[in-house]
Design a protein around this ligand. Structure first.
Ligand SMILES: NC(=O)c1ccc[n+]([C@@H]2O[C@H](COP(=O)([O-])OP(=O)(O)OC[C@H]3O[C@@H](n4cnc5c(N)ncnc54)[C@H](O)[C@@H]3O)[C@@H](O)[C@H]2O)c1
Length: 330
């Protein structure tokens, strides 16, 4: 069955759908003919923007509500054929500054939301946006799904708790949950002005403004950045899959690159005249730094037939093209 056949007229609820990844997914679902409802409370400091749904406003119903306040979207939840659960706070540094805020957004709100989903729409497929941050420092690369879970910050701990809610409720037959552990994502609609959206957001904003960039450390750390359309594809496939030998999947990019190489490609593509410098890690960041990371994606390739299609340079070109069409002050 094609994605179009599967999603046509399907009622999809997208939490966090005004944010970076959620809006890319909502746009794609709307274009596939799904009946899309977005629930997003536009949390200050997160990546929410109304303009992220530009071009599909007439196709997407937006409910401005905290996912914890389920009375605000009870009917939509009760009627959902599928839930894409992307609401959350992504900032590691902010989770260390204000752990209770992160707990509220990533864990308490998820528990209330999932409890309501079990009651109103028992057994519904829920695809949750997890994070590679749950792994903590890697003993070896690439990192597979079954290694020790050892997060270095509150965000990783809270996101792990939310994963476990999905797993536990699935085991009990109350939900049909799938967790996608995402690596560093970039692409159109990336939040450029929210604090703590990660180094790709900082590099992109500074280069688009014609400013130089600073790398924390010596630049040798490894990452496997992934383009947003490839992530959207993983969500769509996880939503469609019937036979699921596993419920947790890494979603990582096609190349493992040093942060210095990532910075160099971005600089060359966006603002070649600007400088890339290294500086020592700020001590508060070093405390929760995970070192090098790359995802072992063999499980999702095998089970869901997914693969990342967009190389980093090509993805950055697409991203820059997209931002050239909108104001970077968003
Ligand atoms: N961007 C990445 O590189 C990355 C990496 C790993 C995991 N993730 C996960 O993917 C998901 C989406 O991330 P993103 O990069 O699009 O971030 P984002 O900040 O752009 O989007 C998150 C959205 O969730 C909304 N939100 C947060 N808490 C909410 C709540 N309680 N009720 C309703 N809305 C709420 C925010 O307003 C925001 O619009 C998050 O769960 C994040 O943990 C992202």
């Amino acid at each position: 069955m094609t994605e179009h056949d599967f999603y046509l007229d399907r009622r999809a609820l997208v939490t966090g759908g005004l944010g970076f990844i959620g809006s890319n997914l909502a746009v794609r679902l709307a274009r596939l003919g799904a009946q899309v409802t977005v629930v997003d409370s536009c949390v200050p400091g997160c990546g929410a923007s109304d303009s992220n749904l530009e071009g599909v406003h007439h196709l997407v119903r937006v409910i401005r509500a905290n996912i914890a306040d389920t009375a605000e979207f009870e009917r939509e939840l009760a009627q959902a054929d599928i839930v894409f659960n992307l609401a959350g706070e992504i900032s590691h540094s902010r989770s260390m500054e204000d752990p209770l805020r992160d707990l509220e957004l990533n864990t308490v709100a998820q528990l209330k939301f999932l409890s309501a989903a079990c009651a109103l729409r028992r057994g519904v497929r829920v695809v949750y946006a997890g994070t590679r941050q749950v792994y903590g420092p890697a003993a070896e690369l690439p990192v597979g799904e079954d290694v020790l879970i050892n997060p270095t910050d509150f965000n990783g701990v809270h996101k792990r708790a939310a994963e476990l809610y999905h797993q536990m409720l699935t085991r009990m037959g109350k939900l049909d949950g799938v967790v996608l552990r995402l690596t560093n994502v970039y692409g159109p609609r990336l939040g450029l002005h929210a604090h703590g959206q990660g180094f790709l957001s900082v590099f992109l904003r500074r280069l688009l403004d014609g400013d130089g960039i600073e790398i924390f450390g010596d630049g040798a750390q490894l990452r496997d950045p992934i383009y947003s359309e490839d992530v959207v594809e993983a969500f769509l496939l996880a939503g469609m899959a019937r036979e699921l030998p596993h419920r947790i999947f890494n979603v990582g990019g096609p190349e493992t690159l040093s942060v210095a190489a990532i910075a160099g490609i971005m600089r060359d593509e966006i603002a070649p005249e600007t400088a890339v410098r290294c500086r020592p890690f700020p001590p508060d960041h070093l405390a929760f730094d995970i070192g090098s990371y790359s995802s072992d994606t063999s499980r999702i390739r095998r089970d869901l037939g997914w693969q990342p299609r967009t190389g980093f340079r090509a993805g950055i070109r697409e991203t820059v093209r997209w931002f050239a069409g909108v104001s970077t002050s968003r």
